[in-house]
Write a protein that binds this ligand. Structure first.
Ligand code: ADE
Length: 236
């Protein structure tokens, strides 16, 4: 069973998100395990200060290396005590490599994962060099901290674990459509505010339905994500 730890200045925020919905239910069932850790608890100064001005000047503040490392070492110790291997360590920063579903699948094979969130203008580079196995960005935009990014990674990795989704088809289906955007979905009623559900979906003809869905996926991908569409065409 997979374990994910998050090292952050906002552990309550992360815990609250992970306790909800599908991931929350999966953890209650014992299908996955998550823990959030307060980096501030590992500071050694009297004011529990976690950050400071950047050498060389510039805006914002930079997270100290020491509390980040000590928090990571604590998590490594907890994993060892639980009979687990050393966790794979990922730092979430805007300067990381861009995250994709391929990374989610790769990280989903880890026994345990430690996600470290930067805040403010960054993290002292030396603790990244010392502790990180990799550095990930969730996209080309800037967040105020790594928490939302860590939660995106945790969610996308945990949903791939056995026993998390109601039906394993939940993700197997998607691998059939690998790399394509999802087709449109409809539920009751058959007509809503004058808009009808496409006829083919009511036909009961499963072969026709599959064909329609594939066509919709292809067409959406071509229109909305020409980059993905070209990649798939080249791979075929
Ligand atoms: N921290 C700030 N922006 C980020 C991003 N896009 N991804 C991961 N961590 C971040």
């Amino acid at each position: 069973m997979m374990r994910i730890d998050i090292a952050t200045l906002f552990p309550d925020m992360c815990e609250q998100v992970l306790a909800e919905s599908i991931i929350g239910r999966a953890e209650k069932k014992g299908a996955v395990e998550t823990h959030c850790h307060q980096i501030r608890d590992y500071t050694l100064n009297r004011q529990k200060q976690t950050d400071d001005y950047p050498y060389g000047g510039g805006p914002g503040k930079v997270l100290y290396a020491q509390p980040v490392k000590d928090c990571c070492l604590h998590v490594i110790g907890e994993c060892e005590a639980a009979g687990r291997p050393r966790p794979h360590i990922v730092f979430l920063t805007a300067a990381g490599k861009t995250y994709t579903e391929e990374d989610a699948k790769r990280l989903a094979a880890c026994d345990s994962l430690l996600l470290v969130c930067g805040h403010y203008e960054g993290i002292d580079e030396r603790v990244i060099e010392d502790m990180a196995d990799e550095e990930i960005s969730i996209g080309d935009y800037v967040l105020t901290g790594g928490e939302l990014a860590a939660l995106v990674v945790a969610d996308s990795v945990l949903r791939l674990q056995p026993g998390v989704l109601a039906s394993p088809e939940g993700y197997e289906k998607e691998s059939y459509w690998d790399g394509l955007l999802e087709y449109p979905q409809y539920t009751r009623p058959e007509e809503w505010e004058g808009r009808k559900v496409p006829e083919v979906l009511l036909s009961g003809n499963h072969k026709k339905i599959e064909e329609w869905r594939k066509e919709q996926s292809l067409e959406r991908t071509r229109k909305r994500r020409p980059d993905l569409y070209e990649k798939i065409r080249r791979e075929q």
